[in-house]
Design a protein around this ligand. Sequence first.
Ligand code: HEC
Length: 173
Amino acid sequence: MKTEWTIAAIAAASLLAVACGQKDEATSKNEAQAPPAAATAAPNAADTIKARQANLKKLGGALKAMTDESKKDNADLAVFKTQAPIIAGLAPQLHDWFPAGTGAEAGVKTAAKPEIWAQPDVFKQRADAFAAAAAKFSTTVDGGDLAAIKAGVAPLGGACRECHQTFRQRDES
Ligand code: HEC
């Protein structure tokens, strides 16, 4: 039993070491955790897919909270201050959540289309455009102008949709 614990601890420590070794300025601003970069840290495609889907759900939750808030007359700035960093922190990593071998061939349920790997330049471009939109929105939120913030939510969601339309199985955001 003791040996098992030790092995588990060593495994966890080395995973952590790998994860911490990645330079990741964007996440330092919030709690968002990068999934281990699959190509190096986790050769297990199924784990990579599950980790990215969990992160994508976080994106979905944050966007929904802000979309809902943006429709209110008395929208609360605090909601945007909390949610925008979640998106801005995860956005620069999104591209790396899709290493080769994490499509349908991995044998777990995924909505990632083969086009991601067939058109890597376009996929990268969509991911970069999204990261730029997320950074821009973050700046708007930092500015504190609620009208501008409310108006910025839809374009941010548009950057999600731009990618989903081509690269996600069901084309909904
Ligand atoms: C560059 C492409 C790209 C961008 C940008 C992008 N997504 Fe996605 N998204 C995907 C792909 C591909 C999937 C399918 C992943 C899978 O099933 O493995 C996905 C899946 C999702 C899911 C479903 C996760 C699950 O399995 O439950 C949600 C929710 C989601 N995205 C929300 C968002 C939101 C919100 C944004 C913007 C704030 C966003 N995405 C930006 C490509 C993208």
